[in-house]
Design a binder for this molecule. Structure first.
Ligand code: 1AL
Ligand code: ZN
Ligand code: ZN
Length: 457
């Protein structure tokens, strides 16, 4: 099999703030990067019997994204999403590694036997690599160490109803049992950080208005949960604790304070929280419904600032789809609809668009954007020994990226199963042209999806 050679005037290498001219060789048999040399090269240097030469010209060569928060839902709810469509959506968006959440599939990933069922279901259906988070539910603390030994990267838990019966939320007491098991491991405990507060929803308000739903998930639900997590971590300072999908700006001062003394607290937000604002969510469009919710403009700005100053560590999709009937797209009732945004594969363009928003005086470099979507997410999922950077010996997960292309997102750009997304209609900057997974083409804009060569990590 010929060696893959990728060259460009703009390759993002770990030690550089901006892309530089470089040439990468990848061995398609091992899937590894075997050479990185400064300088753009020409085809004549690479005889076609030995090399498969790809010249990206001025387009950027970037590491593939590691999306550390995705619900693939197979087996059990494969009509919501599946390994094939989910990883195709990933590959077409430059995501070469997906870390699957433990819930919404049946069974959930809460025992080793369940993990094995998911692994079996995934076979032959992967266009990106896939790793698994396990789950903490009441009473499964003795499954946690075996799940780690079987390859789970860490564990998610809910502090509030998860939306599915087979993944119940945990109490502080359950968490102490789980944290005692995780003490001494390097695996993170991931928290859906919202706590139910003793308040009822105002039943007189119109459920088709986004404001009605927003009022039902106030910031103080996140703040209360985050205070509890920080308190718990004081008892188990060696356990990595991670707040998934943060949206509440009110929680940022508390997180900033806690991070001063606790390096094991990490935080993610999502592409949609950095893209959309509550005022612009159209009535009757539950495609925008997720928990915690998309909030106001001042809140979005605070999230961007927190990302820039490191209070928020990285950005993920939280792709959590369902079928149209459950999303209530015909009824348009935010209160009845499934909570979860679909956007797998659109993240890089969405983040790049926001990162270069001159109206909001933002001008983040591509290296920052890749740190937030590739390198730090690889560290989070304990995959940074082979994913998340263009380095010698690392997996040759590489994307060709046009930073200037403008796209208005239509359903044709959505490769996941249920094409219901708040990103439909959005004008986004930057476009993936080709995605290479471990040294082989997985998807290209001109020729589409290739063989499913993804692996389970
Ligand atoms: N059951 C879910 O998939 N929930 C998800 N739903 C959202 N974010 O609205 C999540 O990650 O919490
Ligand atoms: Zn969640
Ligand atoms: Zn989620």
């Amino acid at each position: 099999m010929p060696t893959l050679v990728l060259t460009s005037q703009n390759v993002l290498l770990p030690s550089h703030q901006e892309p530089v001219p470089a040439t990468i060789q990848a061995d398609p048999t091992s899937g590894k990067i075997i050479s990185i040399e400064q300088g753009h090269t020409s085809k004549s240097q690479w005889p076609s019997d030995t090399y498969d030469f790809v010249d990206a010209g001025d387009l950027y060569i970037l590491p593939g994204l590691v999306d550390a928060h995705v619900h693939l839902n197979e087996p059990g709810r494969t009509d919501w999403e599946g390994f094939a469509t989910g990883t195709q959506a990933a590959a077409a968006g430059g995501v070469t590694t997906v870390v699957d959440m433990p819930l919404n599939s049946i069974p959930p990933t809460t025992t080793v036997a369940n993990l094995e069922m998911k692994r079996d279901a995934a076979k032959g259906q992967l266009w990106s690599d896939v790793a698994f988070w396990g789950g903490v539910i009441p009473g499964n603390q003795h499954d946690l160490r075996p799940l780690l030994d079987a390859g789970a990267k860490g564990f998610k838990c809910f502090l509030i109803n998860s939306g599915v019966d087979e993944f119940p939320n945990v109490t502080e007491e359950d968490l102490r049992l789980a944290m005692a098991e995780l003490d001494g491991t390097d695996a993170a405990l991931l928290f859906h950080a919202e706590l139910e507060l003793e308040e009822s929803v105002d039943a007189t308000r119109d459920p088709h208005d986004y404001a009605t739903f927003l009022a039902s998930r106030p910031q103080k639900m996140e703040v209360a949960a985050i205070k509890m997590i920080i308190r718990l971590q004081e008892s188990y300072p060696n356990v990595r604790c991670h707040i998934v999908h943060l949206t509440a700006a009110d929680a940022l001062p508390i997180i900033r304070e806690a991070k001063k003394t606790n390096p094991k607290l990490t935080v993610e937000t999502c592409f949609h929280y950095l893209t959309f604002i509550a005022d612009n969510v159209p009535s009757g469009h539950p495609e925008f419904k997720c928990c915690p919710p998309i909030r106001d403009e001042a809140n979005r700005k605070a999230l961007w600032d927190a990302l820039a100053d490191g209070t928020i560590d990285f950005v993920v999709s939280d792709h959590s789809p369902c079928v149209a009937s459950l999303k209530n797209v015909d009824g348009g009732d935010f209160m009845k609809a499934w909570g979860g945004v679909s956007g797998l594969g659109l993240g890089l363009s969405a983040l790049w668009t926001g990162a270069r928003d001159s109206a909001n005086e933002r001008n983040h470099s591509i290296s920052k954007v890749m740190e937030w979507t590739s390198h730090r997410t690889a560290v989070h999922a304990r995959l940074d020994h082979r994913k998340g950077s263009i380095r010698m010996g690392y997996d040759a997960d590489l994307i060709i990226w046009d930073p200037d292309a403008q796209t208005q997102i239509t359903k044709d750009e959505l490769h996941f199963k249920n094409k219901l997304s708040p990103f439909e209609g959005a004008k986004l900057k930057g476009q993936v042209q080709q995605t290479f997974l471990r040294g082989k083409l997985s998807w290209s804009r001109s020729t589409g999806f290739q063989q499913p060569l993804g692996q389970l990590l």
